[in-house]
Design a protein around this ligand. Structure first.
Ligand code: NAD
Length: 458
């Protein structure tokens, strides 16, 4: 498997894909090693994770360039991802003891009822490339803290980061059998699902998530899926238009739009639509696109240059149906690197919900803007989607925001913010955006099974 720098096309490395036999061997080793890991006192597991976090922090300046080289993520954003990962680890470490402690839920007449939290066992973690530090640690850190063994299949586009994570965990004292990184693509992921694992935690696209759910259906295996989104935001007519435009341009284009919770649809009240479009386009045209190793770069290449075809087809469909390209519109051919790598940040107006760009995940630097007459029309348009990850509203009126957000079938609701994830809140999708939650105390207990003790004193 070649590891290619998407900014330049240079081959960085060749890594053997994990074979079916290799996956099976890792599973056997994990199964054998998990009970001893679970039997260790929790403070020992916490100490190992703390040492891991300390070494990630100490080596951030070496780890960020690895991520930048293999994904094209601008170096400032790569370093930012690693820094924010440390805050998530701290949350897990601080809360795991409380979440997993025995709970006495009833006591009377010599009867005691207790809930005990036990690990799931051997869990598969199949991961995405767009935020490998975030989406990886959201799973394997609480899973390990709770006493599970983890078979981690990093994305084939973030292999070196995945291998670095494994080295750091092992050096921090997580036994090798208890955490294995299994480099490879979809075939390696599929081979992992063929093992008698106890749970699968997946982050990736809806089509792959669905395949994974189907692959384990009928086996009574816990399945948690964090999938894509088509996240809408409504800009009401009472906002500071310039500030809203700046926030939303960042929400749509950060990490080149390759975020599950990137803003993917913008609905603007008709009274401020034209003013908003002008401010938004000006903001986008200020973004610095270029060498991702330059700390001033905001937009790098597409991590998967083949996504340029999807984006171009969405733009073409929208234009055919009457949308207008306000800036960008296609691939910039003069930048070098693999074909399709540099897609100009693109803003479309006159977009509506029948266009592919408002129905299917773009996962790239393309955003559509639509004009809506009122809040009801905005809610109807926002909710007209198969996805349900996040939605937001920009307004100065909190009650008005609540009336909009309460009607939307999404896992995260934003008022005057967007593209935001917090360690203390559950990260969860509805409908085609997935099932289950990571982060928050729910994202710890999900790596355990409850056992109900009915204890009667003789
Ligand atoms: P993807 O679905 O292409 O791949 C995800 C992982 O699945 C990879 O590791 C891949 O090798 C593996 N895989 C592919 N086929 C498989 C199979 N048949 N069996 C088992 N494993 C298989 O997704 P991606 O391109 O890596 O990530 C982008 C997608 O992830 C976007 O849709 C994005 O919205 C979503 N995402 C969601 C969240 C979230 O928290 N909801 C976070 C990040 C990314």
């Amino acid at each position: 498997m070649q590891i290619v720098n998407p900014a330049t096309g240079a081959v960085l490395d060749e890594v053997p894909e994990t074979t079916v036999d290799g996956v099976a061997a890792a599973y056997e080793t994990a199964r054998a090693g998990q009970p001893a890991w679970a039997a260790r006192p929790l403070p020992e597991r916490i100490d190992a994770v703390r040492r891991f976090a300390a070494s990630v922090e100490a080596q951030r300046d070496q780890l960020a360039p690895i991520l930048t080289a293999e994904t094209g993520k601008p170096i400032a954003q790569a370093a930012g991802e690693i820094t924010a990962t440390l805050a998530r680890i701290e949350f897990f470490v601080d809360h795991v003891t409380g979440v997993t402690a025995d709970q006495v839920v009833h006591e009377s007449d010599g009867l005691r009822e207790v809930i005990r939290r036990e690990p799931l066992g051997v869990v598969a973690n199949i991961s995405a490339w767009n935020y490998p530090w975030f989406v990886g640690t959201n799973v394997f850190v609480p899973a390990l803290l709770c006493g599970n063994a983890v078979l981690y299949k990093p994305s084939e586009y973030a292999t070196r980061t995945g291998l670095a994570i494994a080295d750091l965990l092992h050096a921090a004292g997580v036994p090798e059998p208890v955490f294995a990184a299994l480099p490879g693509g979809g075939a390696t992921g599929a081979a992992l699902l063929d093992q008698p694992i106890d749970a699968v935690f997946f982050t990736g696209s809806h089509p792959t998530g669905r395949r994974i759910a189907e692959a384990v259906a009928g086996r009574m295996v816990k399945v948690q899926l964090e999938l894509g989104g088509k996240d809408p935001v409504y800009v009401a007519d009472d906002v500071d238009v310039t500030a809203a435009a700046a926030a939303l341009a960042d929400g749509a284009f950060y990490n080149n739009g390759q975020s599950c919770c990137a803003v993917e649809r913008i609905y603007v009240h008709e009274a401020v639509h034209d003013e908003f479009v002008e401010a938004f386009v000006a903001e986008v045209e200020r973004f610095a696109m270029g060498d991702p190793t330059d700390p001033t770069t905001y937009l790098g290449p597409l991590t998967r240059p083949q996504q340029a075809e999807v984006l171009a087809a969405q733009v073409a469909d929208a234009v055919d149906r009457g949308a207008i390209v306000r800036t960008g519109g296609g691939v910039l051919d003069d930048r070098g690197g693999p074909a399709g790598a540099w897609f100009a940040p693109t803003v479309l107006t006159g977009v509506d919900n029948i266009m592919v760009v408002f129905r299917e995940e773009s996962f790239g630097p393309v955003i559509g803007i639509a004009s809506v007459p009122d809040d009801d029309a905005a809610v109807a348009a926002m909710d007209d989607t198969e996805y349900g990850l996040t939605a937001g509203v920009f307004t100065t009126d909190e009650e008005r925001a609540r009336r909009v957000l309460d009607r939307l079938d999404v896992g995260s609701a934003y008022w005057n913010c967007c593209d935001r994830v917090s360690p203390t809140l559950p990260w969860t999708g509805r409908r085609h955006s997935g099932i289950g939650s990571t982060l928050s105390v729910e994202g710890i207990s999900t790596f355990t099974r409850p056992k109900a003790y009915h204890l009667r004193r003789p």
